[in-house]
Design a protein around this ligand. Sequence first.
Ligand SMILES: C[S@@+](CC[C@H](N)C(=O)[O-])C[C@H]1O[C@@H](n2cnc3c(N)ncnc32)[C@H](O)[C@@H]1O
Length: 238
Amino acid sequence: MLPTLEEKPVYVNRMFARIAPTYDLMNRLMTFGQDQSWRREMLNFCNLPPRGGSLLDVGAGTGDIAYTALQRNPTLRAVGSDFTYEMMAAGVGKIPGVSLPFVQADTYHLPFPDNTFDAVVSGFLVRNVVDRVAAFREMARVTKPGGRVVCLETTPPSNSVLGPLFRFYFFQIVPIVGSLVARDRQAYAYLPHSTVAFPPPAELARLMEQAGLQNVFYVERMLRSVAIHVGVKLTSPK
Ligand SMILES: C[S@@+](CC[C@H](N)C(=O)[O-])C[C@H]1O[C@@H](n2cnc3c(N)ncnc32)[C@H](O)[C@@H]1O
């Protein structure tokens, strides 16, 4: 069900290209409309100034995080980067009156100088990349010293009583909704499988520390099915 590590980048890129037209709708349906509130909350952790400031949304897809930031603060300089052209194309112009520049780029090679952004965010990206430490290190590189790297991701179901409930929802219901709405059962079967294979929040926090981020902490939401991780770039990572 999951691609090999070698296949993963091309598999992920093609999958998001296919589901781009219905991506936003599927997010709203799968999360019962909660996904936008997580994006708003992750922006609260970015410590951006009330006016001005700069934000990079990595793996931006259709740009929901960056658009939300721009709606809050129209003086913000926000950029969305992603390696899937179709996702960004689906996002261009989707919020009337709000202009978000997109850049096509791989997460491991962000086309920005060191110390460029006040905050760098990623939403549901890190599960899709093979070398997570390298991805966080690259995000830290383009973050200004003192700036924050903030990551929103799904978390593997716990062994608590809610674990089986989530497994049922994720493995049985989500692929059916995906086949009906996105006409792509495979893509929405990849979601639960990649979530189960993803490190739990405490381990992800350690990967961020390995990437040179400091003061790392996280909060869990929606009955611990998603987490927001926050790290600070205090010094330039080695
Ligand atoms: C699940 S979508 C998330 C979109 C958006 N951030 C959101 O909050 O909904 C993941 C995005 O990450 C992108 N992506 C995955 N691996 C990537 C990589 N190595 N470099 C750049 N983008 C990548 C995909 O193309 C896709 O648009």
